[in-house]
Structure formats: structure tokens, C-alpha cells
Design a protein around this ligand. Structure first.
Ligand code: CMC
Length: 428
């Protein structure tokens, strides 16, 4: 096998070392190309560019495979739990029983929010989108926890990581409680991570709240599915922000802002709105027609992916989870589920979607599931952010600990005006 690739540019030959991953495509190391040739490479949207080395997550988009530290997502979703997944992503291996018993209380001791931070919420309008609150409150953690923002101190990095994992459910639940006008509910550390989140979201002081273990397990699985996903837009945002030396909470706030967009994490909310807009299976052809029309910017939300050119394995698990949740809640004929299943069937048999290799992604069935669990649409992307925080912080940690880490600074193909002289105002 070759260990170098050659390129002729402007009559001169350049040799690029080839780096091979443990699985998946190799990369051509072009990092010295500009220095040697004076030219940049051009790849808008990073469709062919690896921005870093990482040992966290691997996707085989053609086969529809997703691995966290080598473990297939299906096995983690079936047998694992979210905190175990957090440990795996952070430290590279599944925890032993002893490690797990030490890790879980480390998280739970940080679940509360600084009381003054809770007052911060009151500055928002009640109808603020909870994602806007998330961006602000997570960014504001750096104003409240000064002892965990020195990125050069490994102990502070650990503390910031534990705080983030522990406080995200509390921050998200508080955003929800604020939006519905309920009193803020304190965390209960005797509950597991996801049951505690359900408790903070749905319990009220005036009556007991019983956690349904089937629903709690389903949500925990949804968190596992969203935990990490290679160098997606929000993760790359976190890495880019972190590459300047910004504190971890500021970096995660940047990631949340990026996730919010409808092409990324905002797609779960958009997908459910689309299903509601379609309403009944008989209207599906009209929407399929629009999705295929090059002059209409409508897209099937929850469909297509930059990397998966096959069924997103998370979508399959999400579909099973949706059925499980609806069944547990005694919902026999959910009209949106009927629309979603028929839409999927029609799209998967349509030449346009077959040819472009567009399949349902994780967001297609997640909205139906989250709605059935009792969350309003505006909370869907918040739940994605909560779960993805572990991926963001684990990727940030990997970057900070990499001795080759440099500030991220893409180049450009400049197409603006050539140099010209300033013209005094009266002569213009
Ligand atoms: N509906 C209709 N056509 C589509 C769709 C769709 N959902 N997705 C892609 N296409 C078409 C697109 O019009 C383009 O056609 P053409 O080659 O004729 O111009 C072709 O497929 C390739 O699309 P692209 O936009 O160049 O692909 P991309 O890799 O840049 O975008 C994507 C990936 C996920 C942004 C896109 O598929 C999309 O907008 N999907 C809907 C939003 C969505 O569900 N996002 C969630 C992604 S998974 C969760 C996450 O990672 O956040």
C-alpha cells in the first residue's frame, strides 16, 4: 500500500504523506502544502477535509454504522446507560462496576445550580425559545464557576466536565419550567440521571410524581443516541472556539448556538412541525413533490445526511423507541406516526430519494417520541443539546490534550477587489 500521494501543481511535484485511521478512510496530510507551494486547498463545507485526529466516534456512512470508542450504537443503546456512555466517551473504555460507582456520585454532587444563576432566567421573556436560554445560561456558567475555567489546569478541566454533564439537565429543565410558569424543581440525587431530569421537568410541588421506568429508559436511550457524532457542525464549532483557548462553558455555548439551526439539531423540531403540517397521509405526495422541486426550498426534515448514505442507525433505534413509548402510553393510533411511516415508505421508494441516497436520520422519529413523552416542540433541540454536551466536552478535552493542537484558522479563496487607493469623499 502506498504511504504517500503525489500531486503536480504548476509543473512541480508535491508529495503528501498518507495517514491511515484504525478503520475508515485514510487522509492525505496536506498541512505543509501552502508552505511549499503557495496555494491553498479548497473544500467548502469540509466535504473532503478531516479537521483533526479523533478516537471518539466513527461513522461508516455507506454501511450505516456508528461506533462510540469502537462499540456499535445498537449495543450501547440496548445494554448501556447514558452515564456509562459519558464515561466511555471521556475515558475511552466502558467503566468497571467500581469505576461506575465512583463516577455517578461525582456527577450527582454537581446537579444543583448556583441560586443566583436561577435568577438569571427571570431576565428572559416567558415566551423565549428555550434554546436561546440554553445558549445564555451555559455561557454564563463561566461567570459563576471561576474555579473550573482555567483550561491549562487538568483538575479544572475535569471539574468543568463533571459540572457540565451534571448541570445540563437542571439548566434544561429550568428553562422548561420557566416557559410554563411552574416553580423551579430542585434535582433529586437519589434518582438516576434521566429519571431525575423527568422529575425536574414534570413534577410539581402540589402532587406526587411517579417516574415511569419504561419512559425514563426510553429517554435515556435517546440521550445515548445523541451523545456524539464525529466532527459535525456543532462539535467543530466547539473545537474551533476551544482552539483559541476560550473557556469550556463558552465553547459549549457556541456549540449550542450552532446546533439550533434547522439543518442540524433544530431538525427534530422542524420534522415534527412538518409532520403536523402534512397532517394526513393523503397529503404526502404534495410534500414529496415540493421536496423534489429544485425551485422550492422545502426539504423533507429528518431526511438526508452529510455522512450517512444509508439508513441512519440511530433512526432505526429511534423508530423502535417511538413505538415503545406510544405503546407504554396506550397510544394505539398516533396520527403523526401514521404520517411519518407512510412518508418514509413513499420516500424510500421514490427515484429522487433513492438516487440521492436520502434516508431518515435520527431526527425523523425523535419528535414523535419526545412529544409523546410530554415535551413541547421547543424543547426538542434542548434535549439534543443536553445529550450532545458529553460529545462536545469529550471532543474539547481530546483537543486540549493533543500536543499538536493549534488555533483553527481556515484559509479562503479571495474574490474581492484588488488593491486600490482610497478616494477622498468629495471625489467619489
Ligand atoms: N429533502 C429533499 N432533498 C434533499 C434533502 C431533503 N431532506 N436533503 C438533501 N437533499 C438533496 C439536496 O437538494 C441536494 O440535491 P442536488 O444535488 O440536486 O442539489 C442533494 O440532496 C444533496 O444535499 P446537500 O444539501 O448538498 O447535502 P448536505 O450533505 O450538504 O446536507 C443535510 C445534509 C442533513 C443538511 C440535508 O440532507 C438536509 O438539509 N436535511 C434536512 C435537515 C435534517 O434533517 N437535518 C438533520 C441532520 S441529522 C441530525 C444532525 O446531525 O443534526
Amino acid at each position: 500500500m502506498n504511504d504517500a500521494a503525489k500531486l503536480i501543481y504548476d509543473g512541480k511535484e508535491y508529495v503528501f504523506p498518507i495517514k491511515r485511521g484504525s478503520v475508515g478512510p485514510s487522509v492525505l496530510d496536506i498541512s505543509r502544502f501552502f508552505q511549499e507551494s503557495g496555494a491553498f486547498t479548497y473544500d467548502p463545507g469540509f466535504t473532503s477535509t478531516a479537521s483533526c485526529e479523533s478516537s471518539l466516534t466513527f461513522i461508516d456512512g455507506d454501511k450505516g454504522v456508528l461506533l462510540y470508542r469502537g462499540y456499535p450504537i445498537e449495543q450501547l443503546a440496548e445494554h448501556g446507560d447514558f452515564l456509562e456512555t459519558c464515561f466511555l466517551l471521556l475515558y475511552g473504555d466502558l467503566p468497571t462496576l467500581k469505576q461506575k460507582n465512583e463516577f455517578v456520585p461525582l456527577i450527582t454532587r454537581h446537579t444543583m445550580l448556583h441560586e443566583q444563576l436561577i435568577r438569571f432566567y427571570q431576565g428572559f421573556r416567558r415566551d423565549a425559545h428555550p434554546m436561546s436560554i440554553m445558549v445564555a445560561v451555559v455561557g454564563a456558567l463561566s461567570a459563576f464557576y471561576h474555579d473550573s475555567i482555567d483550561i491549562n489546569d487538568p483538575k479544572q478541566r475535569v471539574l468543568a466536565t463533571l459540572r457540565l454533564i451534571a448541570k445540563m439537565p437542571t439548566i434544561a429543565a429550568t428553562a422548561y419550567k420557566y416557559s410554563v410558569g411552574h416553580p423551579y424543581v430542585y434535582p433529586r440525587n437519589d434518582l438516576d440521571y434521566t429519571s431525575n431530569f423527568l422529575h425536574m421537568c414534570f413534577s410539581v410541588p402540589c402532587e406526587p410524581y411517579d417516574i415511569n421506568p419504561v419512559l425514563s429508559r426510553a429517554l435515556d436511550r435517546i440521550f445515548i443516541l445523541h451523545a456524539d457524532h464525529e466532527q459535525n457542525a456543532s462539535t467543530s464549532t466547539v473545537r474551533l472556539a476551544g482552539s483559541s483557548g476560550a473557556n469550556p462553558f463558552a465553547c459549549i455555548a457556541a456549540g449550542i448556538a450552532c446546533l439550533w439551526g434547522p439543518a442540524h439539531g433544530g431538525a427534530n423540531e422542524a420534522a415534527l412541525r412538518m409532520l403536523q403540517q402534512i397532517g394526513t397521509p393523503d397529503r404526502i405526495p404534495e410534500f414529496i413533490k415540493r421536496a423534489k422541486d429544485p425551485n422550492d426550498n422545502f426539504r423533507l426534515m429528518g431526511f438526508g445526511h452529510r455522512v450517512y448514505k444509508n439508513y441512519d442507525p440511530r433512526a432505526r433505534i429511534m423508530q423502535q423507541t417511538a413505538h415503545e413509548v406510544l405503546n407504554e402510553l396506550g397510544v394505539r393510533d398516533d396520527p403523526l406516526m401514521a404520517v411519518a411511516m407512510e412518508l418514509e415508505h413513499i420516500a424510500l421508494n421514490d427515484e429522487y430519494f433513492i438516487q440521492k441516497r436520502l434516508y431518515p436520520n435520527v431526527d425523523f422519529y425523535s419528535g414523535i417520541t419526545l412529544r409523546a413523552l410530554g415535551f413541547p416542540l421547543s424543547m426538542f433541540t434542548v434535549l439534543f443539546a443536553l445529550a450532545r454536551s458529553i460529545g462536545w466536552i469529550a471532543q474539547w478535552k481530546e483537543m486540549i490534550e493533543d500536543p499538536r493542537q493549534k488555533i483553527g484558522r481556515p484559509r479562503q479563496l479571495y474574490t474581492g477587489a484588488a488593491p486600490r487607493d482610497y478616494i477622498p469623499l468629495e471625489q467619489r
